[in-house]
Design a protein around this ligand. Structure first.
Ligand code: EPZ
Length: 429
């Protein structure tokens, strides 16, 4: 198992290329199932989760070709072409789904295109039980019969899906994406209320419209989808990864650095940019670049609460906690989206951080500096928060089980060492 070694204390100075958004790419790839024509996606990041989705779609019979690396302003995202011609096997097996919960996003497209789908129930994961009841409730409202058997979701819609009015009991990114995709081929009109408004949902909606779907209200919490008989192919460039952007912004802030991030956009950061500005970080955008610097000012503690977009993103909570751990003053972080997303806390405390968890809130009392330590990664965003802490700590830090990191961050040690960080990957065979 690989691990990462960091010797902290170097300010990050230089340029970092930001890749396409993992959480946009995954539903976009699933959307290929909705048409028999060619869907080409560009600016795809080189990530384990993307490869897992390639394996899953190939297992379902989708023909996939990689059109090499396509440079977009120095960023070498992959371009994939996907063709889901008839007939496609309709079982998403446990072995692939257990590796990546986003596999459940093939359920809606399979059901809409072929009227049947068998998808392994995605298990929970480190950050929570992650049920799919909201997805399944919506598919039933569209006329599907759902049976849970031997750990699988067996869905049928013999007469096809019928449009319906759907009100989500709580905001769900995946359920919004799954149901929106299914509704594009349902008969009649579907209204999805309390829909997620994350930029990745909007990116998927824009691609579906390019494929011939009829979707109104994109970017709002109420989507209106009027079903069409079939969708066509399209060419679509994946939006930049706002969480990767935010992660490197925090890295620059924690190390007192000054970096330019290319291939991304400031407007994707909104609530995060506000929190970073309150903490004393300078952040500015110019078209497709974002500059982040903190050279002389000290970091100031601030409170935050994770919320659905446009609120503060839960996927940035662990990273900003690492920053607040070395800020002046006390901060309160409240996690409202997942029930167990504080697993980075005990590891940060082993580096000398002063953090106390009370239910869904954590009180962070800033300390002057952290000290390097042997650390254990537990989930994707917790892992990267430990890397960030190591960059700012005195001494040497080892982050073990970095396979968690590789699911969502491309070449993290290369991108950081190119900006002066002393960081290397150690392969233990
Ligand atoms: C997406 O997960 C992201 N993953 C997550 O990113 C992100 O943290 C999350 O949205 C919230 O923004 C991808 O897009 C691939 P949800 P998703 O459905 O769709 C509960 C990362 O680090 N819920 O919005 O699974 C759920 O348990 C990952 O890149 C139900 O109760 O998230 C959670 O508490 C981690 N029933 C809350 O809703 C359901 O049917 C929000 O989940 C569905 C969800």
């Amino acid at each position: 198992m690989d691990r990462i070694r960091i010797r902290g204390g170097n300010p990050l100075l230089g340029t970092i290329s930001i890749g396409g958004a993992k959480n946009a790419a995954l539903p976009l790839m699933a959307a290929s199932l909705l048409t028999s024509q060619k869907l080409t996606l560009s600016n795809l990041p080189h990530l384990v989760d993307i490869t897992t989705m390639v394996h899953l779609l190939a297992e379902l019979g989708v023909a996939i070709s990689m059109d090499g690396n396509v440079s977009n302003g120095g960023n070498f995202g992959r371009a994939l072409t996907l063709v889901a011609s008839e007939p496609v096997q309709k079982i998403a097996p446990y072995d692939l789904v257990r590796r990546m919960r986003a596999s459940v996003l093939v359920l809606g497209p399979l059901l809409a295109r072929w009227g049947q789908a068998t998808v392994s129930l995605p298990g929970g994961c480190a950050i929570g039980t992650r049920p799919v009841d909201i997805h399944l409730g919506a598919f039933k409202a569209l006329g599907a019969e759902i049976e849970l058997k031997e750990g699988y979701i067996k869905a049928h819609a013999k007469k096809g899906l019928k449009g319906a009015n759907i009100l989500f009991p709580s905001v769900s990114v995946g359920a919004t994406e799954n149901v929106m995709m299914a509704a594009t081929l349902a008969e009649g009109e579907t209204q999805i209320s309390n829909a997620a408004r994350e930029p990745e949902v909007g990116d998927l909606a824009n691609c579906l419209v390019a494929m011939g779907a009829n979707i109104e209200g994109i970017g709002t919490d109420t989507l209106k989808v009027t079903g069409v008989s079939e969708l066509k192919g399209a060419n679509h460039e994946v939006i930049p990864d706002r969480i990767e952007t935010g992660t490197y912004a925090v890295a620059a802030a924690m190390t007192g650095g000054d970096i330019i991030m290319k291939g991304t956009r400031l407007e994707l950061l909104n609530a995060l940019a506000d929190v970073l500005a309150k903490a004393g970080v300078e952040i500015a955008g110019d078209g497709t670049t974002v500059r982040v610097r903190r050279v002389n000012s000290s970091l100031k503690g601030t409170d935050l609460m994770t919320e659905p977009y446009p609120g503060f993103p839960t996927d940035m909570q662990a990273q900003v906690m690492a920053l607040l751990a070395v800020a002046d003053g006390v901060s309160m972080i409240t996690e409202t989206i997942f029930e167990n997303r504080f697993m980075h806390v005990p590891e940060l405390c082993r580096m000398g951080a002063d953090i106390n968890v009370h239910g869904s809130s954590a009180i962070v009392r800033g300390v002057p500096t952290l000290s390097g330590a042997q650390l254990m990664a537990t989930d994707l965003r917790a892992s990267v928060s430990l890397v960030l802490a190591g960059l700012a700590a005195n001494g040497e830090t080892f982050v073990n089980r970095v396979y968690h990191l590789d699911r969502g961050y491309e070449r993290v040690e290369e991108k950081l060492s190119a900006c002066g960080a002393e960081i290397e990957r150690i392969s233990d065979g």
